[in-house]
Write a protein that binds this ligand. Structure first.
Ligand SMILES: [Zn+2]
Length: 250
């Protein structure tokens, strides 16, 4: 998309979210940042030589977009609203480019972007996106994956605006909206952390008993530790959610 279109969507979102001044300017900057200071992917060839290529805008990697979503969420939890706007702007740039089809070999691409730049960002799509937001990192990831590239300029702008608003509102949902999820996430996190500690101690006990040749204890300890580690396989996921809700510092 052209800068004019990126900025038009950012403006429609800022209007709906009542964002002004320095924060609005940071969002406007962020939304064109990837064209001015591109992201690079590292490619390693079979002979171990690293080469770097510019990250694709029309087919961005979900994990790269998610890394900017996380940056924005963390800044928001730390009350650094300007940094949060800049990072979310960067993530939204990729969402907006992803909604536009490059067409066969990119031949029709420039004409399509030109047509989009003449259109107004649809305010009703911003409202729809805001009303469907959910404060969850998994939900945001699903939204990024769901963005389809469209050939029709109206449809492309509609898609880009809707998903930009949906992701924006999901990342900045106030904590009150997610109180229940927050509490659940905190309980789960504490529980899993204790379980991890106990399983490490049991594994250590099994190792010590092996050293002293108390084999039945080794076998029992190793089995118990294995079961506890298996039980705790979602620890990383719980930890990630705790970071999202601000119940865990990282
Ligand atoms: Zn771009």
């Amino acid at each position: 998309m052209k800068w004019k279109s990126h900025t038009a969507i950012a403006r429609a979102i800022a209007e709906e979210a009542n964002i002004h001044g320095e924060c609005r300017q940071a969002l406007y900057q962020g939304v064109i940042d990837p064209d001015r200071s591109p992201d690079y992917h590292r490619n390693q060839s079979t002979n171990g030589i690293n080469t770097f290529s510019r990250a694709a805008h029309h087919h961005p990697s979900t994990s790269m977009v998610m890394s900017y979503v996380w940056e924005a969420r963390k800044a928001y939890l730390e009350n650094d609203d300007v940094a949060a706007m800049r990072s979310i702007g960067r993530a939204l740039h990729y969402i907006q480019d992803k909604s536009v089809s490059r067409g066969f070999r990119g031949w029709t691409h420039d004409r399509r972007e030109e047509a989009i730049s003449k259109l107004e960002a649809p305010a009703e799509e911003v409202k729809r996106g805001f009303s469907e937001a959910q404060s969850s990192p998994d939900f945001v990831r699903e939204c990024i994956v769901a963005v389809k590239n469209k050939k029709n300029p109206h449809k492309a702008l509609k898609e880009g605006t809707y998903y930009s608003a949906l992701i924006f509102a999901s990342v900045f949902s106030p904590a009150e909206n997610s109180c229940e999820m927050r509490d659940k996430s905190l309980r789960q996190y504490k529980h899993r952390k204790i379980l991890l500690g106990v399983s490490i101690m049991t594994a250590a006990l099994a190792a010590v008993s092996l050293f002293f040749e108390i084999y039945p204890l080794t076998a029992a300890g190793a089995l118990a530790a294995a079961i506890m580690f298996a039980e705790n396989r979602h620890y990383k996921d719980v930890k990630r959610k705790a970071s999202w809700y601000g119940t865990r510092k990282s």
